[in-house]
Write a protein that binds this ligand. Structure first.
Ligand code: GLN
Length: 260
């Protein structure tokens, strides 16, 4: 190789290295751009495979996290993720502490009074988890009078409270509800089906199983503050573009192993 070409190559590599170190991800680094170029996202990062903290890298990972990062890229915005309790998300939107809540959040009429939702981006529903050796709970009506574990502020909690004579125990995180089932403190967990399935696949099947059919059909939406009338529309457009260019499908397949 000629000296000149070599020198050119070296400087190119140096440039690349500099560019790469500039991409620090969405954490730590203080925003350099104007405020409006930052998308402050709130999530409850204990809801795999939608949002969770990667044990090794400490990065927020999951379907929702990949999706919102792709949305940010599409909008030319830097995505900053804040981890908080699920029932703290809507208050955080109200207070203006975050711009969007991306947290496997079901679009409901009640929540729609407090926030602006995007269009549905994922179809979900609730399912029942019981102990592996449980032969008595096969359907939602078998939950009557039973002890149920749910995550506080969720659609699972709402459904559980409709069950006659049931004792409903509410936990801050879904993982704590799973733990309670494992420990025998409750008879069943009512929680989002894809999260229950993921728990079973990740080792939960040694102690638990799904009982009966899904209870509900639900749609996840990204929530934005009621006052902010523009953002949900912008996110919708970005997701639309990601559906067209194949990026949405790529992210979906990565986390669910099948096409949407
Ligand atoms: N989809 C459920 C809800 O919106 C649970 C969400 C969650 O726990 N992250 O209530």
């Amino acid at each position: 190789m000629q000296k000149k070409t070599m020198a050119l190559l070296m400087s190119l590599m140096l440039l690349l290295a500099l560019a790469l170190t500039g991409c620090g991800g969405d954490k730590k680094e203080a925003p350099k751009k104007a405020e409006s170029k930052v998308l402050r996202v709130g999530t409850n990062a204990a809801f795999a495979p939608f949002e969770f903290q990667d044990e090794k890298t400490k990065e927020y990972a999951g379907f929702d996290m990949d999706l919102i990062r792709a949305v940010g890229k599409q909008l030319g915005m830097e995505v900053q993720i804040a981890n908080m309790s699920f029932d703290g998300l809507i208050p955080a939107l109200d207070a203006g502490n975050i711009d969007a809540a991306v947290s496997g959040m079901t679009i409901t009429e009640e929540r729609g009074k407090k926030v602006n939702f995007t269009k549905p981006y994922y179809t979900s529903g609730l399912s029942i988890l019981v102990k592996k050796d449980n032969e008595t709970i096969k359907d939602v009506k078998d939950l009557e009078g039973k002890k149920l574990a749910v995550q506080i502020g969720t659609t699972g909690a709402i459904e559980a409270k409709k069950v006659k004579n049931a004792t409903v125990r509410e936990f801050n995180e879904a993982s704590e509800a799973f733990m309670e089932l494992r420990n025998g403190g409750v008879d069943a967990v009512l929680n989002d089906l894809p999260v229950n399935e993921y728990y079973l696949v990740q080792g939960g099947k040694d102690v638990a199983k799904t009982a009966g059919k899904p209870l509900t059909s639900e749609h996840y939406g990204i929530a934005t503050a009621k006052k902010n009338t523009e953002l949900a529309g912008k996110i919708d457009q970005a997701i639309e573009a990601l559906k067209k260019n194949g990026e949405y499908e790529k992210i979906y397949v990565k986390w669910f192993g099948r096409k949407p």
